[in-house]
Structure formats: structure tokens, C-alpha cells
Design a protein around this ligand. Sequence first.
Ligand SMILES: [Zn+2]
Ligand SMILES: [Zn+2]
Length: 287
Amino acid sequence: MSFNDFLLANEKEIRMSFFFGMLVFIAVWELIAPKRALTMSKTVRWVNNLGLVFFNSFILRVLFPAAAVGVASLASQQDWGLFNYFDISFAVAVVASVIIMDFVIYIQHVMVHAIPVLWRLHRVHHADLDYDVTTGARFHTIEIILSMLIKFVTILLLGPPVIAVIIFEIVLNATAMFNHGNISLPKTIDKYLRLLLVTPDMHRVHHSIEDDEANSNFGFSLPWWDRLFGTYRDQPRGGHQGMTIGINKFRDPKQVSWLPGMLALPFIGKMSGYVINRRQWNGKEDK
Ligand SMILES: [Zn+2]
Ligand SMILES: [Zn+2]
């Protein structure tokens, strides 16, 4: 059995082990040293947030049994995509693929904030009234399906090595759980680590109830894109303890914390949406 075959045969188990390992690690960290006091029942949020995660993985398995690694393997067999077409060294292809796929996620994240109909889906992630490790995995099912399709297209165009897709998925999953953690690092460590990786204090700004703060720090794993494209914001105005998490319009726990409410959330309210204007985007400076 080649290494690729081994990865293909066991990718689900590999990803699951990292998911549960990281979930337990951050959950214990949150118990020992929580950053903020939670505003509502942890049990309700955990049961429903994780309920959504399991529902999503079930739907994905049914719709796309081959998953992203299957698409990467097909692309390599058929010589589809940039890195399969050109003779590029394996190491360069792996590193470049992981970085490019992270950039695509950044662009996707900016788009789901900017386009009203997509914001309706993405607001399920933002409507969580508290911010902890389970927030990092809570996305509406349709947004998860859309992300998967975008990932498939990216893989077909890019032709990344199978191992790069697995590394990318594990790193994205692990960093999303880490930086949604209700935890924090010592200031100096955070300051340097966020040059390389999105930290909890950096991503928490993105979950602020304030529009201009929610429209910053879109990165999930790599923080470079925010700095490069001017969407980086160092800290929340109200401080990490004073800031409010969530969305102004949606504060009813039944709607934002219970699974049926979350699944219905994209479909309620008039189609006025959430159009980013200059004032929101630029925040204070432009008021
Ligand atoms: Zn967002
Ligand atoms: Zn988030």
C-alpha cells in the first residue's frame, strides 16, 4: 500500500482523531483558564453546536463520499490542475498548496460577509452568544456544502498533492478550534504568534457585535491576508472583557442557540441583508 493509498483509506479516521484531540485539549484549557465568563448555559450551546457539527458531517458524507482528498487523488491521476500539469518539486507543491488553499478560504470568508444572501448563511456562525471551541465548528449546513464545492473547484484547478489537502484540512480545523477558544495567551506570546497564526484574541475581534470589528480579521489559519489586504484589527475597542459577542439583531437563544433556530436563521427577516458600506468597513476613522 502506497502512502497516498494509506492516507486515502484512513483520511476520515486521521481527521476525526485530530478533531477530537483538539476539542478535548481546548475544552480542558477553557475549564482551567477561561478568558470570559459565558453568558448562557454551556450545556445548551455545546449540545446544539456539536449537534450541528455532527449533522453537517453526516450530510457531507452522504453528498460527497469521496471528500476533498478523493478529488485531489482524482486530479493527480488525471494530471489536472497547476501542480500536476507542471513539473514542480513535491515539497514546494505541498507548502504552496496549503498557503493558496488558506488564501481561498480568506477570500471566501470576505465574500460571505459582503454578499447579503451569503451573509444570511454565515450569520449562523456569528450569532453564537458566547465564543468558545464549539463556535469554531458551527456553520450552517448550506455554508458547509458551499465551502466544500469551492474547495473541490480549488483542488481541481490547483492539483495539490493529496497530503497537502489532508494537512490543510487538519490545520484549518485545529486552528479554527484553537482561535475560537475561550482562552488567551500571555500578551507577548500572542503578539509574536499572531505574525504566524491567527490567535484567539485576534479572531475574537471578528465575532464582535460591532459591524466594523466583525468586518476585520477574516483569516482562519494564516494572519497574513488580513495584514496584506487591510482587514487587520489589533484589539476590540471595548476590550476582550467588555466587548459583546454575536449579532445585534439576533439575541434570542431559541433562535441562535437551539439547532432548529440555527438551521432556520438564514431564512428569516426581509432581504435587506448586510451590505458593507465604507463607514462599516473603515470603522471609526470614517464616521
Ligand atoms: Zn465571519
Ligand atoms: Zn469565527
